[in-house]
Design a protein around this ligand. Sequence first.
Ligand code: HC1
Ligand code: SF4
Length: 574
Amino acid sequence: MIELEINGIPVSVEAGTTILDAAEQVGVKIPKLCFHHDLEPWAACGICVVKAEGSPKMLRACATAVAPGMKIITHDPEIVKVRRTVLELTLSTHPNDCLQCGRNGNCELQTLAEEFGIREVPYEKRIAEIPVDNSTGSIVLNPEKCIKCGRCAKVCQDMQGVWALEFIGRGEDTRIAPAADVTLNESPCIKCGQCSAHCPVGAIYENDQTRPVWNALEEGEKHCVVQIAPAVRVAIGEAFGMEPGTLSTGKLYSALRRLGFNAVFDTNFTADLTILEEGSEFVKRVTEGGVLPQITSCCPAWTDYMEKYANDFIDNFSTAKSPQQMLGAMAKSYYAEKAGVAAKDMYVVSIMPCTAKKFEVSRDDNMSSTGFQDVDVALTTRELARMIKQAGIEFTELPEEEADSLLGEYSGAGTIFGVTGGVMEAALRSAYYLITKEDLEDVNFIDCRGLEGVKEAEIDIKGTKIRIAIAHQMGNVEAVLDKVRQAKENGEELPWHFIEVMACRGGCIGGGGQPHGATDEVRLKRTAGIYTDDEKSVQRCSHHNPMITKIYEEFLGEPMSHKAHELLHTGYQE
Ligand code: HC1
Ligand code: SF4
């Protein structure tokens, strides 16, 4: 351990700890802009400067490791003056339209300007006039607001391995953009939204689609139904001051009813349905010699990546649509029939932790046999939080309500879709049953859980050994794919039979549309909330969900039936 002092407070930390982290441990807050706990520090902005006794120059607290006996001063008039200058220079190239900004009230630059009491900026204002890029329909890049901290490019390159964003230009004209200055839609971007989740200001944000949803609710011409994704329930509370991981399912249902939706459904229900379809598909591939490994397809950023960069895996992709799309298809068919509403008169909204879900709803492959787009609009958790605030709903005071039962009841297996490893764990719980016609004694697959980038396990299903891999955070995925490619090339045994991929760190709980401020600490709290939901569920396996049994009996026939294929399965772009 290294012993040092910060502002005279003794502190003992592990070797390699930065001054910034050591200070946080004793409750001393050093301002930061380019630094984020998910990323390696690169000391770009200079606002975290501190002094060390005996050192002639100021140190950047984010990128300097502690040393034994250091005496650090984090705040004195000279340091505050330097920080104020950094802020003033940043503000000199930043527009003053905070009131019309998507990050108003939740902007790291705005907070610092307020804390430092900035009232005027003694430098000439120079705002870059570069058009806003909304070419993806999922995320919006507004270069005017960019403070060149570099977080988005780091996330895109280092965490996601996509390289859609980089610094282009030189000197004063340096800015963040896709390489060769193409639009985001022409770039390798997979719309995961991790850049928007890490941007400290309003330079990259979700494409706000709350207006058309308000219009549909106000006009009342369409029968408006809504679904909530697994991961939304453990994160939306953060937008209302609640602890990350707080389960807000019941409050969400009542908030959505108060907003005016005619029916409130749960994506967890169709997560259960996905398991029956995808699990049956897997069992068929294993028992009848189909293409293996089977790879999950419910993450649209991952699907986009596969189609662009790994389409040698098209035949490995499960043809099951994602739970979001399945719910839309079931709402416009099964539910529409029951409710006596024509599919053309239905408006399906989904609340997702994800920006790529906006892209998924408009994929050509996601038309179903209803003849209409399965889902009309996908909103992120952040957009729903704003709608709830606009409607004057006190979220924390809401009563707990139930979802509408037809497409709302779910098992613990459905809810764990929201975390990395959850789709796999849910699939294994039911694959065991589908193969053996017996239930597992213990449904917990601990090897599937946790934040390790790639997880592996082997499961013995009465003599059939199934090897699985789980990868999350796009940057971890290529290594998994390469291992499969190598085995195929060398004619060796495949390393795995089933692979789960989620583009965001931690799975959907860490999605690009979730409330800002996710770090691993927050992700673990949201994850714990999901497992609590699983443990308290009456049914822990998808095939035990009574409404799933009912829907097959009344409507779909059996998993993988012709009708199920027409409504619930899809294809991919070669
Ligand atoms: Fe997800 Fe999924 S788990 S993709 O992460 O399969 O977005 O939450 O809704 O569709 O169910 C996201 C979450 C979500 C789908 C499900
Ligand atoms: Fe990169 Fe994802 Fe942002 Fe696209 S959405 S620029 S892939 S981080």
